[in-house]
Design a binder for this molecule. Structure first.
Ligand SMILES: [Zn+2]
Ligand SMILES: [Zn+2]
Length: 254
């Protein structure tokens, strides 16, 4: 049986056009029928929409990465609001908090996250949230704002963080990290995520899953993420694939 996978988080706009076609070809061969390509800024979001408009099974999300929260201009926010209502846009993001790199001040990251939440509510779209070393602040903002539909992407916390954000109604999206040798706590989180809140992604070109670490990541490898999640949940691969695909269809209406 050919799997029917969805990679809910890839950065296809980082690829040169010739490489994009090869990557999409390998994804189709691996049974990845849908990919959401994620904007990280205004230009990146525009390019994401362009790819989604020209490639079957590709959808776009538009946002400004927390790394660039401090330098986003009022003009950027205006353009982002326009892009959010494009036909092929299925989510707002990525947004969130990254206190590991702190490329932007914490305050500007929190402000940008709130603006994305406003934008998502206005456009009636789910929000894609990135979080690194910032769980307490993220919890505070989400408790107050209660976004209707949101996913914590590239989940890298443990069971405690999983519980917190599941209780706030979020979906959790697992990436290649779940295959890493040192990621026992992420696997423990995957084990407790209910089937109806599970998503899978590559976050390609980053975070290549085992056994391809060292090579560039691409959507085809989302199959390895689904297989690992199935393994930790002691289920057959088909069950994990079906759950993750059904959830992506429902959340993103794709
Ligand atoms: Zn991210
Ligand atoms: Zn990303």
């Amino acid at each position: 049986m050919a799997p029917d996978l969805t990679d809910t988080h890839a950065h296809l706009d980082y690829l040169p056009p010739e490489e994009l076609q090869e990557v999409l070809g390998r994804a189709r061969e691996a049974g990845v029928s849908k990919i959401i390509t994620i904007g990280t800024g205004v230009d990146s979001s525009r390019r994401a929409i362009e790819i989604a408009e020209s490639e079957l099974g590709v959808f776009a999300a538009v946002g400004i990465h927390p790394h660039d929260a401090a330098t986003a201009t009022e003009d950027d926010w205006r353009v982002l609001a326009e892009l959010a209502v494009s036909d092929r846009v299925v989510a707002v993001g990525e947004t969130g908090l990254d206190y590991f790199y702190n490329h932007s001040s914490k305050e500007s990251q929190r402000g940008a996250l709130e603006r994305h939440l406003d934008l998502a509510a206005a456009a009636g779209l789910p929000v894609i949230i990135h979080c690194r070393d910032a769980y307490a602040d993220l919890e505070e903002i989400l408790k107050r704002r209660r976004p209707e539909q949101a996913v914590l992407h590239c989940f890298s916390g443990g069971p405690h963080e999983a519980e917190t954000f599941l209780n706030l109604g979020l979906y959790l999206s697992f990436s290649g990290i779940v295959t890493f040798g040192n990621a026992a706590s992420v696997r423990a989180a995957a084990a407790i995520v209910p089937w109806d809140r599970l998503l899978v992604e590559t976050d390609s070109p980053y975070l290549t899953p085992a056994p391809h670490r060292g090579a560039q990541n691409e959507p085809a490898y989302v199959a390895l993420v689904a297989a690992k999640v199935a393994e930790v949940k002691e289920a057959i691969v088909e069950k994990a694939v079906k759950a993750a695909t059904d959830n992506a269809d429902r959340l993103f209406r794709i």
